[in-house]
Design a protein around this ligand. Structure first.
Ligand code: ADP
Ligand code: MG
Length: 417
């Protein structure tokens, strides 16, 4: 069964990198957007979003605030733009507390910008050293009466979208999931017939709104979120909080949207929004060549067409070259893997199907010509034109150890350490 922990884990994006198994399940890169980008998409989908702007300097933030038109007495909310959640309770490495703040005047907005921009924010979902904040969002703050939780998740077990709702939203949803799991409802939707009125009704009843006006407003927002979920090929839309106003309106105050990487071809506009500054630079470089790079903690670099388990050695990374790699891709792959100083040996394990072993061998030797590789390289080729591939490697003059199978390759790689 699914659990909320999974949503929050997915939201953090933190599980993707170190786990080889995850790489198998999701071979393509996951896409993270900043909250302001998700909110742009939500606006397009017809959801009501508070006025907002983005700034990269304190002065710019002040200007964004000064240019906003709303009722006298309204406040601004300033949020650090990092892909991780839990910002409200986060702490900056300069000691400044909180990645989400309220301000009354544009001057105050500038001062907050000064404390946030250029510093790193540490939250429950970031690495311990935090994430650099290069942008802040300045938005209209509204007086939230109650905070609810709402999400839509593409779920494998149900083979479709599941609505997840809790009347106890806000910044402690992880605690709710752990301590009072009954306060969370799961409503699977049949993707073919779509979301029904009965389902909407069940969800808003579970959310325990104060009035019927709130319920109607929530239904409208949820229906629009569901349509958007399908339109943008999302795998997750998480709204926490889904906040209520005393007037009876229900609005999305925070948004975390994840996308199906396999839909990139038809969601070009969404995918080009991706801010790569938080990504592993090697992952970004690999993506340029359509390669999937996964950084890990070990010392053997693996370039492989299939995930591999190395006996007695921990992989430092894993580079999936897919089924139809070109010579140029193989060269880029080797360059990226060896750029990691932790890598003490490289193991290449390729099953040449569409991609012939001779192509791999040529890619490897031409990469070696420009790379100056000073660590051992163990290569196991299998499949189409394997003899030709091994002959090219042997005659290249480079110190390449060839292996007959994966076990042999792993042993030889470990022996070089
Ligand atoms: P995070 O989930 O990363 O901590 P949120 O965007 O959810 O960040 O903000 C944290 C809290 O700040 C929310 O739970 C809400 O109470 C408050 N908040 C967020 N946006 C607004 C807003 N526009 N107006 C008023 N309060 C807000
Ligand atoms: Mg939130």
């Amino acid at each position: 069964m699914f659990s909320l922990a999974r949503t929050t884990l997915t939201a953090s994006g933190a599980v993707m990198r170190p786990v080889l198994a995850t790489a198998m399940a999701a071979p393509a890169r996951s896409l993270n957007l900043h909250e302001y980008q998700s909110k742009e998409l939500m606006q397009k989908a017809g959801l009501y979003i508070q006025q907002f702007g983005v700034a990269e300097t304190p002065e710019e933030a002040e200007k964004v605030a000064a240019n906003m038109v709303f009722d006298e007495g309204s406040e601004f909310v300033i949020k650090a733009m990092v892909h991780a959640g839990g910002r409200g309770k986060g702490v900056f490495t300069n000691g400044f507390k909180g990645g989400v703040h309220l301000a009354k005047t544009p001057e105050e907005v500038r001062e907050l910008g000064l404390n946030m921009l250029g510093h790193s924010l540490v939250t429950k979902q970031t690495p311990a050293e935090g994430v650099h904040v290069g942008k802040i969002m300045v938005a209209e703050a509204l007086d939230i009466d109650e905070e609810k939780y709402f999400a839509i998740l593409m779920d494998r077990e149900y083979n479709g979208p599941v609505l997840i709702a809790s009347p106890q939203g806000g910044m402690d949803i992880e605690a709710v999931a752990e301590e009072t799991p009954d306060a969370i409802m799961y409503e699977p939707v049949n993707i073919n017939t779509g979301l029904t009125d009965e389902q909407l009704q069940r969800v808003v009843k579970f959310l325990k709104f104060k009035t019927e006006t709130h319920e109607e407003s929530a239904k409208e927002q949820i229906a629009k979120l569901y349509d958007m979920f399908l339109d943008v090929d999302a795998t997750q839309i998480e709204i926490n909080p889904l906040g209520t106003l005393e007037t009876g309106r229900v609005l999305c105050f925070d948004a975390k949207v994840n996308f199906d990487p396999n839909a990139e071809f038809r969601q070009k506009d969404v995918f080009t929004m991706h801010d790569t500054s938080e990504d592993d630079p090697r992952e970004v470089e690999a993506a340029k060549y359509d390669l999937n790079y996964i950084g890990m903690d070990g010392n053997i670099g693996a370039l492989s067409t299939a995930p591999i388990a190395l006996e007695g050695a921990t992989p430092a990374n894993f580079l999936d070259v897919g089924g139809g790699a070109t010579e140029e891709q193989v060269e880029a792959a080797l360059r990226i893997i060896s750029s990691d100083t932790q890598v003490k040996a490289i193991l290449v394990n390729i099953f040449g199907g569409i991609m012939r072993c001779s192509t791999i061998a040529k890619g490897l030797t031409s990469a070696l010509e420009s790379l100056n590789l000073d660590i051992p390289l163990v290569v196991r080729l299998e499949g189409t034109e394997v003899e030709e591939g091994n002959r090219i490697l042997k005659e290249s003059g480079f110190a390449i150890t060839t292996a007959t199978d994966l076990e042999d390759a792993a042993k030889k790689a470990v022996a070089t350490l």
